[in-house]
Ligand binder design. Structure first.
Ligand code: MN
Length: 736
């Protein structure tokens, strides 16, 4: 009975799957027997087999997810075969046993590369939230490789947002926030207005359910009133257009819930006072060459009936937005005294507005800005390639660009440049060229002299004045808004800082010499701790600028040339053993300590006194000496985390001709002759030389410490065992 039931369920599921699959072929316009369709079918079969038996949180078979993503990719983004195949396979490498080599063998390199990109994006997203900004940068870098990776990722996220209901509450919040922070702006920047709005609305739905419900209810309730109003408003215009034989359609689109909420919040007004809750859209079916003239003709008809607000005329036809958007917008006064936004555009422009760059590719031959996507990507590249900017700055700078509205200004030769809203003359200079920015003295805007902080407006003609004596200063960051300008200024300042730090390092060396402090990493790191700087370079920099000097160091507690931190254990000075070491950067990339042909300077760290046999790492100090630490040493973790690039693998060579210092600690019950016996044990041990010994005894219980020279851990262990055998000794440990 039960088997039969589950059999039927399986059959039904299979039917549903096939129907979903066929829909993809249909929207992508493939015939079942096409060669193209055959490959898509193969991807479908591979994915289905790979995800077999796995179910999503909602209970449905996992394969429905890649199917849905593939459909979004085909239908809503408008991509073709390769993207559909990659969408079907997008979770296969991440979640199943199939690997990227298999994908490449079955579907070729292009598909494998995209799936690989998708898997990697997934991996970085799985990590903690603090990594998020770095991820963003990675996403954009991937984008430059193949924009399909990012489009499929957006589709994947959209489907996950559409099915977020079945997730745990905390997961919902995390995913919704991330969507709002990264995916919606990305979709917007790529020109996918619909996807962006849906992502934002769904995020709001999970982040602030009550606000979402309230606005969507109000929108539904006001729907009938709105359509009556729109019919009445458009009626006189449509009558004329029909009479003139113009092919067109009228649409009205309400603003997204998220953008209504944004407006309410920004202007602190109730829902009822958001006047542009909807826009009326005239979409004309006209040949490309008549587009512009026809759009303006409609504009003229509309404004014959209704009075336009001159401040709200937007001509995105003569100058399309960077994301490719073209349209003519105006806001007019209706007879009832209500402002109404009217958008006028051709069918082609409408498709671009909805589907973004995918539609651009479709119209590539017809439009004059085919290179727009390439231009956008190369702009991102420019910013990314300023490696001086770190990831967090980058996101901040980049987000500025994402959200800012654009202005259009002209070069003296009449070339048009688009810049974010609030851009200054200095931004403009950097937009033209980094060097021009660095030496920007001021500008002439429409022939009038202005300072470099002057805010530009659309239509300004800008001429930059330069001087060789001019250089970037930190204050410039306050009045630049473009990512490009900020990145260039920061890179310059960083370079300057490095120069100052170099000079500071010299001064500090002199100060240390004067105070007989060793110029070692331990001391430099100690300074960094004492003066709370992020890196040792910051210490150098402060010496370079004079904000730290000799007197500041003079005050610090120090002993035998080593600076003392409050908690630090007393050291007995740095001793630099120069020995022959062999750097084998071969297979294991390890430094071999011991006999060899090449001479490298190394020293045994006195904080942990490693001896042959211990697991060790090398650390390249400022002096170029390799300092050898035990892996268990408490200084290793901070060094690794702050100066990971300076850490090198190290291991001991076969033969050691020198002895190494090690400490042993022991305790037990005191008795007469104990010390004597211990020293006898040590000195009877072959090759072990004693450096120091100390004992302490209270109430019959003693503790003792010996420092010895040994060749390796084996010898040390042997000694420890012999000491343990001494009557009365209960514990023997190596000093860590
Ligand atoms: Mn997925």
């Amino acid at each position: 009975m039960e088997t039969r039931e589950s059999e039927t369920r399986e059959q039904e599921e299979r039917k549903a799957l096939l129907s979903e699959y066929r829909k993809i072929l249909r929207v992508a316009n493939f015939n079942k027997n096409d060669e193209q369709a055959r490959l898509i079918r193969k991807a479908f079969d591979v994915a289905q087999q790979a995800h077999k038996g796995v179910r999503r949180k909602s209970g449905e078979a996992y394969i429905f997810h890649p199917l849905a993503v593939a459909r979004i990719v085909a239908e809503e983004i408008g991509l073709g075969k390769t993207a559909i195949i990659c969408a079907l396979l997008h979770d296969v490498v991440e979640d199943t046993d199939l690997d990227i080599d298999y994908i490449e063998a079955q579907f070729g390199k292009k598909v494998a590369d995209i799936v690989d990109g998708l898997t990697k994006i997934e991996e970085v997203f799985d990590q903690s939230k603090s990594l998020q900004q770095e991820n963003f940068r990675k996403i954009l870098l991937t984008l430059a490789d193949d924009v399909r990776v990012i489009l499929i990722k957006i589709a994947d996220r959209l489907h996950n947002m559409r099915t977020l209901e079945s997730m745990r509450k905390d997961k919902q919040l995390k995913i919704a926030s991330e969507t709002l922070y990264i995916y919606a702006p990305l979709a917007h920047r790529l020109g996918f207005y619909n996807l962006k709005s849906e992502l934002e609305d769904l995020s709001l739905k999970y982040k602030a359910p009550s606000i979402y419900d309230e606005i969507s209810t109000k929108l539904k309730k006001s729907k009938a009133v709105r359509s009556r109003f729109i019919n009445k408003f458009t009626h006189p215009i449509t009558k004329i257009l029909e009479k003139d034989g113009v092919h067109f359609k009228v649409e009205s689109r309400t603003k997204s819930i998220y953008s209504i909420w944004n407006k309410m919040r920004k202007k602190s007004i109730p829902f009822e006072e958001v006047y542009d809750v909807f826009a009326v859209r005239f979409i004309l079916d006209v040949p490309l060459e008549n587009e512009k003239a026809m759009c303006w003709k409609i504009y003229s008809i509309i404004t014959d009936f209704y009075k336009p607000n001159p401040d709200r005329l937007r001509d995105w036809i003569s100058t399309p937005k960077v994301n490719g958007y073209e349209s003519l917008h105006t806001t007019v006064m209706s007879p009832t005294g209500k402002w109404v936004e009217v958008q006028i555009r051709s069918k082609r422009m409408d498709e671009i507005a909805e589907k973004g760059f995918a539609a651009h590719w479709k119209y590539k031959e017809q439009t004059h800005h085919e290179g727009a996507l390439d231009k956008w990507i190369s702009r991102i590249r420019e910013i990314l390639e300023e490696h001086e900017t770190d990831a967090i700055d980058f996101v901040d700078d980049f987000k500025l660009n994402l959200f800012a509205k654009e202005i259009f200004v002209f070069t003296p030769k009449g070339d048009i440049k688009s810049l974010p809203h609030n851009s200054t003359a200095l931004d403009f200079a950097y937009e033209i060229h980094t060097e021009l920015g660095h030496h920007c003295l001021g500008a002439k805007v429409d022939k009038k002299l202005v300072p470099l902080s002057h805010k530009l407006e659309s239509g300004d003609q800008v001429e930059i004045l330069r001087s060789k004596a001019q250089h970037p200063i930190p204050e410039w960051l306050d009045f630049t808004v473009t990512g490009k300008a900020k990145a260039a200024i920061k890179a310059y300042l960083k370079k300057e800082k490095r120069k100052k730090a170099k000079a500071g390092e010299k001064k500090l060396r002199e100060a240390f010499d004067a105070l007989s402090i060793y110029f070692t990493d331990i001391n430099l790191n100690a300074l960094s701790t004492i003066f709370k700087t992020a890196t040792v370079t910051d210490i150098f920099y402060r010496f370079g600028t004079g904000s730290l000097n000799l007197t500041d160091i003079e005050r610090l507690p120090r002993e035998n040339g080593v600076l003392q931190l409050k908690k630090s254990r007393k050291g007995n000075g740095i001793k630099t053993l120069e020995e022959i070491v062999e750097a084998t950067r071969g297979k294991k990339d390890a430094l071999v300590i011991g006999a060899g042909q090449r001479k490298l300077v190394y020293k045994i760290a006195d904080c942990c006194n490693p001896i042959p046999g211990d697991d060790v790492v090398g650390f390249v100090t400022h002096e170029g000496v390799i300092s050898i630490h035990r892996i268990s040493c408490e200084n290793v973790v901070p060094i690794m985390s702050n100066h990971g690039y300076r850490v090198i693998k190290a291991r001991w060579g076969e033969e050691q001709q020198i002895a190494f210092q090690a400490g042993i600690e022991m305790s037990g019950f005191d008795r007469t002759g104990m010390v004597n016996e211990i020293t006898k044990v040590i000195s009877n041990e072959m090759d072990v030389e004693m450096r120091s010994i100390s004992f302490d005894s209270t109430d019959g219980v003693f503790t003792g410490r010996v420092l010895v020279y040994v060749n390796d851990t084996a010898q040390l262990k042997n000694l420890q065992e012999k000491l343990e055998a001494v009557e009365g000794i209960t514990k023997v440990n190596r000093i860590e």
